[in-house]
Design a protein around this ligand. Sequence first.
Ligand SMILES: Cc1ncc(COP(=O)(O)O)c(C=O)c1O
Length: 389
Amino acid sequence: MILAPSTTELFAFGAERLLDLAADYAGPFFAYDLGVARERFARLRAALPERVRLAYAVKSNPGLPLLETFSAAGAWFDCASAGEVSVVLAAGGTGRRMVFAGPAKSERDLQAALFAGARVQVDGIEDVARLHTLHTGDEPLEVSVRVNPASGVSEGTAIIGAGGPSAFGVDEEEVAEFVAAARAYDRVRITGLQVFAASNELDAGRLLANHRTALRIGRELAGLLGHGLDLIDLGGGLGVRYTADEPSLDVRALGAGLGRVLSENPWFEGELLLEPGRWLSAPTGVYCARVVRTKVSRGQRFVMLEGGINHLLRPLLTGQSFPTVALRPGVGMLGGPADGTGGSLVPTTLAGPLCTSLDRVAPATCPRTCARGTSWCSGRPAPTRSPRR
Ligand SMILES: Cc1ncc(COP(=O)(O)O)c(C=O)c1O
């Protein structure tokens, strides 16, 4: 959906600043506002109870200046590869403020996490066995186990996919078996839990429902282990708006709710950890690409950009367009004044420069009157279809 810059708070920069940047820099570029990064981190930190640690999920954007900014603000980091560990260390992060997670950790990944002193989250008994061999310290290595809950609040766009079969963690119904098997590896001690069920959630109440599930699983895990847990990692999942009409996540309600979750669970004396990615990073940056040409093909408008999925793959992977603004209205893709009302906008596909029809930054999205949202839509009302047999 193409928006007018004045109608939305979705962008780190206003149109004027972006036009200045576009005059100074050739080619497609990403631009970030580190002040926004500082403000986001401080806002979320202030909303959370003291006992909730805040880790930045590096996979969301591993850019060094962003990591340095979060590190200086006191962030923990959630890493998923040896490369992420090294860039966090380069940015001033430390192993004491680092968790390491992933469903397919290579030996190099595990070595990097151990070298840094990160808290490793094991995804199954194989991780426990490998850490038992790799760990060289005198004391047992303290790790967390990721558990895939049997049920959870589901996502609008499947990213994590709770409640079903999953590549992540130990299935909740197999935790007892896992704990029994892990007893054979005395160089590894399970003292923490990670449960991350749904990503990009805009409703604090739904996030908190999953967090309550995590605490319930934590209590059962502690019972099986015969000792308390020092860390329960609730994952990321704090959503951001991808369109102007979506609500913003109420982080103060989330923080207050987490305070209640802690007081409802006096058995738990450790710390909670949140590891948001997009909530901290997405509003800090924009991607700018010049329009090379426009065309109408069989009734559908195309705008061809000088960059596409070679720089920005996510819209293609999830089928969810990024919010987009035309900095200079009147370049040919708008059917009328770009005054933000949407009434006169024409569905337009933003195509990239690659020789594949997969290269779509944003498929045409119909105005609400049609709401079909397909890449070929001409904006006319959808025809009535007979039901499929
Ligand atoms: C383990 C882990 N933590 C945190 C995140 C960040 O997710 P979000 O951007 O929804 O906060 C992800 C994203 O996939 C993840 O896999």
